[in-house]
Design a protein around this ligand. Structure first.
Ligand SMILES: [Zn+2]
Length: 248
């Protein structure tokens, strides 16, 4: 067969390179899903922790309030005791001293009750905070579940697409000469997916080193595979490729 300006290997290699680029984009996308999953889980966990903290803070207020209540209760008992002593004493002086003592304790009780009230108000304000934290936690839990299942779905779809691309590759590779394909495979990782490149103003489209005139002539003819003497990339002639397509 009289080969056209662009040989069939180049044509197939360009398809292969395009396919491989797509596959590596998809692989990178799959790899990005796990960190996103982790982030979603962390965000949700953080919202739960806010709730836990709010609950603990609320409980601590309750403990402090109970302490004050107990303290006030024991002071009330003290007053009862003093009152009893007042009834029992016959000395006026002692009676007055107990009365002063009782008044003193009463004042202490009143202060305790004030603090108790303050704490109750604080607790009341806290209820709204706790409710808000609960709402946020539930929301983020629901959004976590939704987001995670979206990630699963996306991952499944990409894996499927990658499988299809693998099948495509197998078929493509069969159409490319073994020598050319081996060259392509060898450079694929080191050249970041750009193994076959066009001539760019007389230079290699990959490394931008000037090509020999003969190399350009060869690339133009498309009858043999030209490689860049500097970087080893496979070279094809862009304008010829467009022409060939137009002539088809
Ligand atoms: Zn080069």
């Amino acid at each position: 067969m009289m080969s056209g300006p662009m040989n069939e290997d180049i044509r197939q290699l360009l398809v292969l390179q395009d396919r491989d680029a797509k596959a590596s984009r998809l692989e990178a996308e799959v790899e990005s899903i796990d960190p996103e999953r982790e982030k979603t889980r962390r965000d949700s966990l953080r919202a739960q922790q806010v709730v836990e903290q709010a609950k603990q803070d609320h409980m601590q207020l309750e403990v402090r309030r109970k302490d004050l209540e107990n303290e006030a209760e024991s002071k009330r008992e003290q007053i009862l005791k003093y009152s009893q002593q007042q009834l029992e004493t016959k000395k006026n002086e002692e009676y007055q001293a107990l009365a002063r003592e009782i008044e003193h304790v009463r004042q202490a009780i009143s202060e305790l009750e004030d603090r108790e009230l303050e704490l109750m108000e604080e607790q009341e304000a806290f209820k709204a905070k706790l409710a808000e934290a609960n709402r946020m936690a539930e929301e983020s839990k629901a959004s976590e579940a939704r987001t995670l299942s979206e990630f699963d779905e996306r991952e499944k779809n990409i894996e499927k697409e990658l499988d299809e691309l693998d099948d495509e590759r197998e078929e493509l590779v069969k159409t490319i000469s073994k020598k050319t394909f081996a060259h392509y495979e060898r450079l694929l990782d080191t050249k970041e997916g750009r193994v076959i490149v066009g001539v760019d103003h007389g230079s290699c489209g990959g490394c931008h080193m000037k090509l020999q005139t003969q190399e350009i002539v060869n690339a133009k003819s498309g009858r043999e595979m030209v490689t860049c003497a500097n970087c080893g990339r496979l070279i094809y002639y862009t304008r010829e490729m467009v022409m060939a397509d137009e002539l088809d």
